[in-house]
Design a protein around this ligand. Sequence first.
Ligand code: DGJ
Length: 727
Amino acid sequence: MAIRIDKENKIFYLETPNTSYIIGIYKDKYPLHMYYGKKIKTMPRIENMMRIGWRGFFGREEIDGELICPEFLPQEYPTYGAPDLRNPAFHAIYPDGSCIGDFRYDGYMVEQGKPKLSGLPATYVEHEDEADTLYIYLKDSVTGVRIALCYTAFNTVDAIARSVRIENGGNAEVDVRSALSMSVDIEGADFEFMHLDGSWARERHVVKTALTTGNFGIDSKRGASGHAQNPFVALLGKDANEMQGEVYGFNLVYSGNFTAQVYVDEMDYSRVQLGINPFNFSWKLAPGESFQTPECVMVYSDAGIGKMSRTFHSLYRTRLVRGKYRDIERPVLLNNWEATYFDFTEAQILEIAKKAKSVGVELMVLDDGWFGARNNSKCGLGDWFVNTQKLPDGIVGLAKKIEAMGMKFGLWFEPEMISPDSDLYRAHPDWCIHVPGRGRSVARNQCVLDLTRAQVRDYVLSFMRKHLTEAAISYVKWDMNRNITEPYSVSLAPEKQGEFSHRYMLAVYEILEKLTTEFPDVLFEGCSGGGGRFDAGMLHYFPQYWTSDDSDAIERLYIQHGTSMVYPFSTMGAHVSAVPNHQVGRVTPIETRGDVALPGQFGFELDLNKLTDEEIESVKAQIVRYKKLGAILHQGDLYRLASPFEERHCAWAFESEDKNTIVLIQCTVTGRPHSNTYRLKLPMAQTDAVYTADDGTVYHGDYLANCGLQFVDSKDFVSKVMVFEKQ
Ligand code: DGJ
């Protein structure tokens, strides 16, 4: 059982294999955060949790004849104003216009397993004994509003999932202005705040900032998690780094507007909170209705950032990602986007496919430009009927021809969008997101469909079902190339417009749930101008995601390194593309492009007919190697040995599940004349074992682990892959 309860003292112990998360009920009212860290068996009495200090300015509340000061307490789910004045996790406006709720502990429940979150992506269990779930109930007796705090402790992985359900058990409508997924007051303030920052083609770069008192946060108001900030933060304890130290990681399983913030208060608590962004959010909760927040996954590591990442990876690749492709190796693909952009004919695609087949590619993907009048990005989105000038035999015919070559066929869609210059827009100008009487901003010349409307959702489902049923489509690339401006729906009442952005995400999830259920054999890859919505929410539907529109090998070192803080390499689409690279103009060797793409979901983004014979031989070898090592790279454990954000090079090592094989990938970013040697230690090497490298050299494990292999940063962009087999 992952949950133990000291009923007498009302203390709840959530236990994962190596960690404890402990909550106690204080004065029969407040759930307090007592501890999160390495496993401990018992906690002292809850009275010890109160901070000591001068209370003059802080609101006090009388409970059982004693004046207590909630601002001196580490709270599990704080509400505002009565009388804690720090950042609340829950904030609502009640019928009398007040925002004060007096939430008191109202019991608990424990169940085996993990419940599904209605309409939302979440981690899951396959067997009930994999996890236990605790609900702690809070109730405001004046309004009848109840808050259910839900905690799932996993039995096989050191992760805890939290979410919250708000229920209106009263008889008047309540306006929920903020309902975060989690809040935790961690003792102490001496932390670094780590997050993943970026932009289009530069996603998820690692940034660390020392915390001081005040608010630190990242967020999105873009209608998607976005390129700029990812719904992930970690607090790094003093001296924590990749290999050592205490790290607390938090990741929201959500793809829309989010907040992820830390408030360091004057009592030296660091209040970490993640959830739907309260900005422009309001949810009218009628009597009897409830609101479910997204899930937040928490991971504690006592051995640095690396261990935190490995925990997220193991949970996400087995219990977030779903479907047929979760556990099997996926096909090596070639996508024509950077080979042709919009300018292609069927004959050209078949030429590209033929060459791809000859080197070992298994899946030919046709990207944007196959439908309507879509010859550039200015028009056509929404007109999902084939352009027979380009493809005379349609998608059905092209798919048949590709299959006849012995490959699978995949197709690009951007289902959430509509171009103002499209037949769909001319027929339904009101279907796009807009505020009547005001302008409609375009981005990449397109608007977003208002998927909160059932009729619009039905349209999207109907054309997707039609294509997936008619043609032999084995793979879908689901793209989304802009964020949402003018958030508003003509179908929602004025007082419900604050619900729009979350309702949009619920609509996307509903469509994806239906399609992935109806077409279980189709491999779905997510995309949003590259990695603009690469988040845990999307990975519940898409087992892989196009990591970035930047396909340059060196830029990809940074992007993939940052992405791997939370998301496993098995979820990252990674392709070899042409040089000079189309995004940054850099020229890197074909071997380096292959080595850097190797650990991801491997593929190509170029016309292989344009390569030299020598390069083609290299490509063939890359595919053979990938087929051999893919399972180790995708199911094994990642150790980041060198960060391109801190060194002149990058290095990742993967340990196979059976611990018999280690794969090392190293790449120099910029060479340095003289004094350019360094060592890479393989911490997972077994010190009493002997390994044979793929070049035949024999190494003792203690040498690999303690002394390390020597490398030289002599030339820019030179990479190396080494495989070590235990004898
Ligand atoms: C953005 C994607 O990230 C690209 O890979 C490509 O699919 C284009 N959209 C097509 O418009």
